[in-house]
Design a protein around this ligand. Structure first.
Ligand code: SF4
Ligand SMILES: [Zn+2]
Ligand SMILES: [Zn+2]
Length: 399
């Protein structure tokens, strides 16, 4: 059989007939980190694949091994298309879609994320999570508008933009498209090469800034992002290993609005990456499978790897870690949120604790622009504590 592997793309020929689990074992692939697809249909690990089959093994970067799950759907006993190991369950397609929607409804209800009449801005990257989220919200009848931010990462960004637009066109949904270079004069590859932040650091900063700004300008009530359980568990692990208590305190599925910041929510935080990938696939959503070419610098991947190792030995570890944090530990970090007073950035008006917001400072650094000079001695002292290149503020009169 021909087996197509992704990231990087390659094809291997495997002789003979065997079960999916045996095939993955031979290829040294953790079955819970991939979807196995034949003729646009998902295969469970107990199904057999034969000599003439063409198989795609599509990575989802997930985890969760454990005892064998039954072949029948947990709810209706129809043949299962997917196992969810941490629930010791398998589902047929309709029951799996229902399971996914139920998890989202639970998340929305438990954290009072939004109401029927709210206008939701969905941060759409073109990947499985954000498109699955948009699909779920639209199907449930919410007023969900997508927003795609063009990061300028070559063909990867072009393809991501195309799938986001196609998704919107097919459903007749509204999509706001903002181009970082067109609107703000820089793209992410340039920012990574020029600025003092890491590429992913400036990318994350830009996304947070632009989504908030667009939401405010267009009168949206809330910004929804596609962060899933794997993302949240990995981030919590990273923050905990360094005891970054302020970040831990802010890692919440619903951050309320405050002074110039729109409410932010994560309705997929109860679902693993494999579940969102399977949902997107089963719903026929065409998403970008390839990874961002700049992902090598993303430290979160190390924590995802570590969580996957733990999950492999003890299914349910990720959910116990992150959902357990929300249930039993989040409250203890509440005083660490560092809720300083915010004021308007002198350049763009967005909220910030200093004189200029982090986005304007990073942008000025990249573009070699000068922000206004310090106002007085006290401010000079304040700024000297910030990691700020002198050329950003300049020494002369206000620009
Ligand atoms: S991997 Fe890094 S640079 Fe690429 S989209 Fe994600 S955060 Fe941005
Ligand atoms: Zn069923
Ligand atoms: Zn600003």
């Amino acid at each position: 059989m021909r087996v197509r592997l992704r990231n990087p793309d390659r094809v291997v020929d495997v002789p003979g007939r065997r079960r999916v689990s045996e095939l993955l074992d031979e290829l040294s692939i953790d079955p819970d980190t991939v979807l196995v697809i034949r003729d646009r249909t998902l295969l469970t690990r107990e199904q057999a694949v034969g000599e003439d089959d063409e198989i795609e093994v599509r990575p989802v970067i997930s985890g969760g091994a454990g005892p064998r799950t039954p072949m029948g759907c947990l709810r209706c006993r129809a043949p299962a298309v997917i196992e969810v190991r941490r629930h010791h369950a398998a589902f047929c397609q309709p029951c799996f879609e229902r399971h996914v929607r139920t998890q989202v409804e639970r998340a929305v209800g438990a954290f009072d994320m939004f109401a029927r009449e709210d206008r939701i801005l969905v941060a759409v990257s073109g990947g499985k999570d954000s498109l699955a989220l948009w699909d779920i919200l639209l199907e449930a009848g919410y007023r969900a508008t997508g927003m795609y931010l063009g990061l300028g990462i070559g063909g990867y960004s072009d393809r991501s933009g195309e799938v986001a637009h196609r998704f919107a066109d097919v459903r007749g949904a509204e999509l706001i498209h903002v181009d970082l270079r067109g609107e703000y004069g820089f793209d992410i590859p340039t920012a990574g090469a020029k600025g003092s932040r890491s590429t992913c650091g400036v990318c994350g900063l830009s996304k947070r800034y632009v989504f908030n700004r667009v939401a405010l300008d267009h009168g949206f009530d809330v910004v929804a992002t596609g962060h899933n359980l794997d993302d949240e568990a990995a981030t919590l692990l990273g923050n905990t290993l360094r005891w970054q208590t302020e970040y831990i305190a802010r890692q919440h599925p619903a951050l309320p609005a405050r002074e110039g910041k729109v409410k932010k929510v994560k309705p997929l935080h109860r679902l693993s990456e494999r579940e969102t990938a399977a949902y997107a696939f089963l719903r026929g959503i065409d998403y970008v499978v390839e990874e961002c070419p700049l992902v090598a610098g993303n430290t979160q991947l190390r924590y995802k790897d570590a969580m996957n190792q733990l999950e492999k030995g003890a299914p349910g570890t990720k959910a116990a870690f992150f959902l357990g944090y929300l249930d039993r530990a989040a409250e203890r970090f509440r005083d660490d949120t560092g809720a300083e007073r915010l004021q308007a950035c002198e350049r763009c008006g967005q909220p910030t604790t200093g004189r200029f917001c982090a986005f304007c400072r990073a942008r000025a650094q990249m573009l070699g622009e000068r922000l206004a000079p310090p106002r007085d001695d006290q401010l000079v002292r304040e700024l000297s504590n910030e990691a700020m290149p002198a050329e950003v503020y300049g020494a002369g009169p206000a620009a």
